[in-house]
Design a protein around this ligand. Structure first.
Ligand code: PEP
Ligand code: MG
Length: 580
């Protein structure tokens, strides 16, 4: 009988193939007390296990093909560094001494303490860093317990895994790299989230993957044929002929589409009626640039710098930031880099801690408000951005702007930064464009007034939707109300575009809506001509643009924005999405 299971699709693509279950027995860790004279011996045993785990990872690192991208190797290096970190190399030794306990128990205590910290984090990205702790610690525990180390994916298996779909409770980034090298068709894990390193790697490596599919191993057996759809997160077991045919056809269509995207890579984004559209990439880490450079992105429309400030005790210095920004500018080789100033607070805390729960953090001291309150945080970044602008086109973008007073204050700061740099004969671009994000309803409504102080607008729909509809974007309970197509949201986008057109300043959109092909026609109809999105979405959005007549769409959108009833709105919306 056909079986359908649902997980979280994290790397799109359809894979059809036999199952290979990677089973690891749960680690059973028991505590025992040591005689005083055995403590040194136990510490030695712990150190040897650490050393073996390192050697094991180093061997995997050496097996990565030479042409593999440096950021993929970096994932393995992160695990190697973690093994050297005192939290894993020294604290367990202290615990062995303090509790006179066995090494496994000490390591387990330390793992539990670390995992607890990660679990309490509000940021989903940081919360998944607990997976890294788990992967690294479990490998050491397996060595200590003498259980077969999990990496069944050794070279001896080269051919056995070709075309197989791996089902595991969890996979480390190292596993993903090796398995791709061995030609697996895709993988499914019972645990993990969309922002885990393994999920990110699957996307970079182009392996169809599903995570968080609980009990997958219990439902499947080795060698049976399954289908996975990495976009939708669906797994189908024992498919009948009809289903199999359907997916074989879908897989072929997908391949054809990929080929079309590759062929069209260097074509400009132009609509059916000849309107040029600018497509740009969003990046979070400098490593994301590699993916961007493989697309036809005209530049980076949003560089979220906050990730540079996370997971560390001290914020990066001006010099460190300058080096990072300059490197990206140089790698972009003449394409513009839009650097957004620090957008910390609410869901993005520097140390991953829970925001002050006495207030409503999304409405509190975050983003530009925090920067204006903490000049010691803001000024080094502003100086670093200006300094990087001497090496190629840079644009500075301000998050969460809500009033002209804020802008006036920031512009004064920028003046003083320019003076400081000039006085020290430090080169920078004096005409560096300053843009403001429109992500608070007040900013959209008042865009005309704000635009007097700015060179461009960039609509942040993720926050604009949250604030317009009063829905916490990270609260699962109200997620169902998060609606990019809400008439109020569309009106605010329309108002921002109109204000930009009136003032003659470009309007970009860099929220998730810009990269969702379901909304491309609507946004074109609303007058949007500049989009910034995850690099992986660029090809699809470009394809929709090539099939769209923006004048026809604009007429439909006018009807949509003037709809006075729910029915009229939805009729206009349906007509619009059906249109080319
Ligand atoms: C947005 O709010 O749409 C946006 C792009 O900013 P972030 O998602 O980083 O808050
Ligand atoms: Mg935002």
């Amino acid at each position: 009988m056909t079986l359908a299971l649902q997980g979280t699709g994290v790397s799109s693509g359809i894979a059809i193939g036999p199952v290979h279950i990677m089973r690891r027995d749960a680690l059973e860790i028991i505590e025992y007390t040591l005689e005083e004279e055995r403590i040194e011996e136990e510490i030695h045993r712990f150190h040897s296990a650490l050393e073996m785990a390192k050697q094991h990872l180093q061997r995997i690192r050496e097996q990565i093909p030479v042409h593999t991208r440096s950021d993929i190797v970096a994932f393995i290096d992160t695990h190697l560094l973690m093994l050297d970190d005192s939290t894993l190399s020294k604290v367990p030794v202290q615990l062995i001494q303090q509790h006179r306990c066995n090494a496994e128990w000490a390591l387990k205590l330390q793992r539990d303490a670390l995992v607890k910290v990660f679990d309490e984090m509000d940021d989903p990205y940081l919360r998944t860093r607990r997976d890294d702790v788990d992967h690294v610690v479990n490998n050491v525990l397996r060595i200590l317990l003498n259980s077969p180390v999990y990496h069944q994916v050794g070279h001896h298996q080269e051919h056995r895994l070709t075309g197989h779909i791996i089902i595991a409770d969890d996979l480390s980034p190292a596993d993903a790299v090796l398995m791709q090298h061995q030609g697996i068709g895709g993988f499914v894990t019972e645990r993990g989230g969309p922002t885990s390193h393994t999920a990110i790697l699957a996307r970079s490596l182009g392996i169809p993957a599903i995570v968080g599919l609980h009990h997958a191993q219990a439902f499947l057996s080795d060698h049976e044929t399954i289908i996975i759809d990495g976009r939708r997160g669906t797994l189908i077991g024992s498919p009948d002929t009809q289903i199999l045919q359907h997916y074989l056809f879908a897989k072929r269509q997908e391949q054809l589409l990929q080929e079309e995207h590759r062929r069209n890579r260097d074509l400009p984004a132009v609509s059916l009626d000849g309107t040029p559209i600018s497509l740009n990439a969003n990046i979070e880490l400098p490593e994301d640039l590699h993916l961007t450079l493989q697309t036809s992105a005209e530049g980076v429309g949003l560089y979220r710098t906050e990730y540079l400030f996370m997971n560390r005790d001290e914020p990066p210095t001006e010099e460190e930031q300058f080096e990072v920004y300059r490197t990206i500018v140089e790698r972009l080789d003449g394409k513009p880099l839009t650097i957004r100033t620090l957008d910390l607070g609410a869901d993005k805390q520097i140390d991953g801690s829970t925001p002050n729960n006495l207030t409503n953090p999304a409405l509190g001291l975050r983003a530009i408000r925090l920067c204006l309150k903490e000049p010691a945080l803001f000024f080094p970044q502003l100086r670093a951005i200006y300094r990087a602008s001497a090496y190629g086109p840079v644009r500075l973008m301000l998050p969460m702007i809500s009033s002209t007073q804020e802008l006036i204050q920031i512009l004064r700061h920028l003046d003083s930064v320019r003076h400081q740099l000039s006085n020290h004969a430090i080169p920078f671009d004096p005409a560096l464009p300053i843009g403001g994000m429109i992500e608070v309803p007040a900013a959209a409504i008042n865009a005309e007034m704000l635009g007097e102080y700015l060179d461009f607008f960039s609509i942040g729909t993720n926050d604009l939707i949250q604030y317009t509809l009063a829905i916490d974007r990270i609260d699962d309970e109200v997620n169902y109300l998060y609606d990019p197509l809400h008439p109020a949201v569309l009106k605010l986008i329309g108002m921002t575009v109109a204000a930009g057109n009136k003032l003659g300043i470009p309007v970009t959109m860099c929220g998730e809506m810009a990269g969702d092909m379901r909304y491309t026609r609507l946004l074109l109809g609303l007058g949007l001509r500049n989009f910034s999105m995850h690099p992986n979405s660029i090809a699809e959005v470009k394809r929709i643009i090539a099939q769209s007549d923006v004048y026809l769409l604009a007429e439909q959108v006018t009807r949509l924005l003037h709809a006075t009833s729910h029915e009229a709105f939805h009729t206009a919306l349906n007509a619009l999405t059906a249109l080319h």
